[in-house]
Design a protein around this ligand. Structure first.
Ligand code: FE
Ligand code: FE
Ligand code: ZN
Length: 277
């Protein structure tokens, strides 16, 4: 069965997200843990959590993917900005244990001119402070488009972060189709070789989730602009190949395309129609 959902607003709580997902034909979803620009998170309501846990069990919803605010930068130059990333991610880790066994995705960071090596060191330093060996959440590093000084635009950089982190059994990867294509991995022309490279450099067992986004710009453009499924440079055939690939087909897929709910509902139906059951 295709495991698919989209990015949803978390403003009305967990149960509302679960119900919304179900209403558009999804069986999972992604959400921001707080305002995407950072800042204080809404208080978690224990009644909402327990209602959601019941609902998701009854309706087979999940695994859910919590996305860290995209403005966090664990590799920042200013200590104050790194401290903010640390505190926010620590708080997210604590909150996510209320919905145990799910996924947390973050953008590794931008080294802002300090160089990739130092940037990776700073990211590893924060990961080592936020991961506890008891946690049930798996933290995913998102593959990036390599825009500006972004770290994580190559599989090698992601692999270096994972191998240097202490409790690396808590780490995995979320592959974003727009980002990798933008970053120079030709999943349209040669999905097979990209996946074997991923397997060689990182290991396919580390791959826990896929962001399904078409790309508004062409191969290796490093622009990171998402397009609707089938309306960008990747095209529907690429997505059909991705969701049916033997190494990927059991993973959860999350849409982050420029859509409102009705658009997501259509894309989910479209992808289901090309999924070989
Ligand atoms: Fe992201
Ligand atoms: Fe993404
Ligand atoms: Zn993106």
């Amino acid at each position: 069965m295709l495991r698919i959902g989209c990015h949803l607003s978390s403003s009305k709580g967990y149960l509302a997200m679960g119900e919304t997902a179900k209403s558009i034909g999804a069986n999972t979803f992604q959400f921001f843990t707080r305002n995407p620009r950072g800042g204080a998170a809404k208080q978690i309501d224990p009644d909402d959590i327990s209602a959601f846990l019941d609902f998701s069990k009854e309706n087979d919803i999940g695994p859910i993917l919590a996305h860290a605010p995209y403005t966090l930068n664990a590799a920042a130059k200013e200590p104050r900005i790194r401290e903010f990333a640390l505190i926010t991610m620590q708080d997210d880790m604590k909150r996510l244990e209320q919905t145990p066994g799910n996924l947390y995705n973050f953008h590794p960071g931008s080294h802002v001119g300090q160089g990739t090596e130092l940037g990776i060191e700073l990211i590893v330093d924060i990961l080592n402070q936020i991961i506890s060996p008891e946690q049930s959440t798996t933290i995913l590093l998102e593959t990036m488009a390599g825009k500006g000084s972004e770290i994580g635009g190559s599989f090698e950089e992601i692999s270096r972060i994972i191998s240097r982190t202490e409790h690396s059994d808590k780490l995995g990867v979320c592959l974003d189709t727009c980002h990798v294509f933008d970053g120079g991995y030709d999943i349209k022309g040669n999905l097979e070789s990209v996946l074997s490279e991923f397997d060689r450099v990182i290991g396919l067992s580390r791959l826990h989730a896929i962001h399904l986004n078409d790309s508004l710009h062409g191969f290796e453009s490093h622009k990171d602009r998402h397009a609707k499924i089938g309306e960008g440079f990747l095209g529907l055939e690429t997505f059909a190949a991705v969701i049916n690939h033997p190494s990927l087909r059991e993973l959860p897929f999350y849409l982050e395309t420029p859509n409102e709910l009705d658009g997501y509902e259509k894309e989910i139906a479209l992808l289901k129609s090309v999924y070989n059951s």
